[in-house]
Each structure stands twice: as structure tokens, then as C-alpha cells.
Design a protein around this ligand. Structure first.
Ligand SMILES: CC(C)(COP(=O)(O)OP(=O)(O)OC[C@H]1O[C@@H](n2cnc3c(N)ncnc32)[C@H](O)[C@@H]1OP(=O)(O)O)[C@@H](O)C(=O)NCCC(=O)NCCS
Length: 187
């Protein structure tokens, strides 16, 4: 069966607009992608010249029209892009994908990631026929672990010593959220 393209719509919540990235987002995009604090638990960053970030943003935009590759939602709050939610490993044959999230430090702990992810999860289950969403959280990433739990994901396993952080092996927590859990929660 052919891999379908997951079409990213514009979604709205009380405070946020969740939408595709545009070329004009470049200044906010750099603020996120060049902030090494945000990528400690995501493999780190390699600092780039501005042109490198322009290329990254262009790649994000091109991916919207490709069957494979991560699809990124820009999180817009008061006309500023404050974060990214990525939908990765989408597989329409087994109705599965994974999610990742990043919020700029000055906008953290205001419920923005939760509000954005909740809406995107509703969309994935209700409009995209997704049955299972996965999330992978590195040991020590308390913010992401709490967010994942608050969203209703269940800890399904631990990949022991699966990454290296600051020269030490660390575990990766494997979380899953299935449509049945989500429907039960809604009742
Ligand atoms: C993980 C992240 C996206 C959370 O974003 P956020 O907008 O601050 O999250 P929210 O405000 O929606 O909070 C969701 C829950 O997490 C908790 N939380 C947020 N930051 C926390 C922190 N630093 N420590 C402990 N709990 C935290 C909140 O209190 C809330 O739980 P509660 O309602 O029970 O109190 C953000 O910290 C981030 O961008 N981190 C760096 C990038 C990253 O590591 N991404 C994940 C890769 S798996």
C-alpha cells in the first residue's frame, strides 16, 4: 500500500494557532533551533550560520509535500512562534506515528505544550485515523516526562542505556497512547 502524505492543517485553540511553518518565520525559527538548552535531551545542536537555519526551515517546508519525513507544526502565540510539535514516523498502514515537542524557555511552564499537543492528538485520532502515538523521553527530562503523562501516554518500556548524555549512558522511556485510552478518557 502506498504511503499517504499526512496533510498538516491549521488548528486553533484558545490561545494558540498550530500551523505549517512559512519562510517568514525564520527569525523565531532561529531562536528555537539555535538554543542549545532546548536540545539537551534531543541529541544536541551543531551551531550554524544563518544560511544553515534557512536551509533547515526550507527542509521543514518541503517535507509538508513528501510522503516521508517529519511534519512540523509551528506553535503561534500572540503572533510569535514559541515552539514546535513534530509528527514523526507516520505510517498509515499501521495507523501509527510518534510526537516530539519543543517550547522556547521564556514561554515554558504556561501550559502551552499541553494545549498544543492536546489539540494535535485530538486531530490525529479524530481526523487522521491514527490508532497509536509514541513518545520517547530521555532519562532526566522531567518536563517532557510530566507532559507525556499529563497527555495520557502510558509508560510501556525502558530502553536501557540507549543514549549517551554528558559522557554517561542514559535510559530512554518509551511511552504509548492508543485511541482506546483516549476514548475512555473522553467519556
Ligand atoms: C517539555 C516541554 C516541551 C514542556 O513545555 P511546557 O510548555 O513548559 O509544558 P506545559 O507548561 O504544558 O506543562 C506540562 C506539564 O509539565 C510540567 N512541567 C513543565 N516544565 C517542567 C519542569 N521543568 N519540571 C517539571 N515539570 C514540568 C508542568 O508543570 C505541567 O504539569 P502539571 O500541570 O501537572 O503541573 C519544554 O520543557 C521543552 O521544550 N523542553 C525542551 C525540549 C525537550 O526536551 N523536548 C522533549 C524531547 S522528548
Amino acid at each position: 500500500m502506498e504511503q499517504q502524505i499526512l496533510k498538516i492543517p491549521t488548528l486553533k485553540t484558545e490561545r494558540l494557532i498550530l500551523r505549517k511553518f512559512k519562510k517568514t518565520d525564520i527569525e523565531d525559527f532561529i531562536k528555537i533551533r539555535a538554543d542549545e538548552r532546548l536540545y539537551v535531551y534531543q541529541g544536541g545542536i551543531s551551531p550554524k550560520e544563518r544560511e544553515g537555519y534557512v536551509e533547515d526551515l526550507n527542509r521543514f517546508i518541503e517535507c509538508y509535500n513528501l510522503p516521508r519525513g517529519s511534519k512540523k507544526f509551528a506553535i503561534e502565540f500572540n503572533k510569535t512562534i514559541v515552539g514546535i510539535v513534530g509528527i514523526e514516523r507516520y505510517n498509515n498502514q499501521i495507523k501509527m506515528c510518534s510526537m516530539g515537542w519543543t517550547i522556547r524557555p521564556e514561554f515554558q511552564q504556561q501550559g502551552i505544550a499541553y494545549e498544543a499537543c492536546k489539540k494535535i492528538i485530538d486531530w490525529l485520532f479524530n481526523k487522521c485515523d491514527i490508532n497509536r502515538i509514541e513518545a520517547f523521553v530521555w532519562q532526566g527530562n522531567e518536563a517532557s516526562k510530566r507532559l507525556t503523562e499529563k497527555l495520557g501516554f502510558v509508560l510501556e518500556g525502558v530502553a536501557r542505556q540507549a543514549r549517551i548524555l554528558n559522557g554517561k549512558f542514559i535510559d530512554v522511556y518509551n511511552f504509548g497512547l492508543i485511541k482506546d485510552d483516549y476514548l475512555k478518557e473522553k467519556k
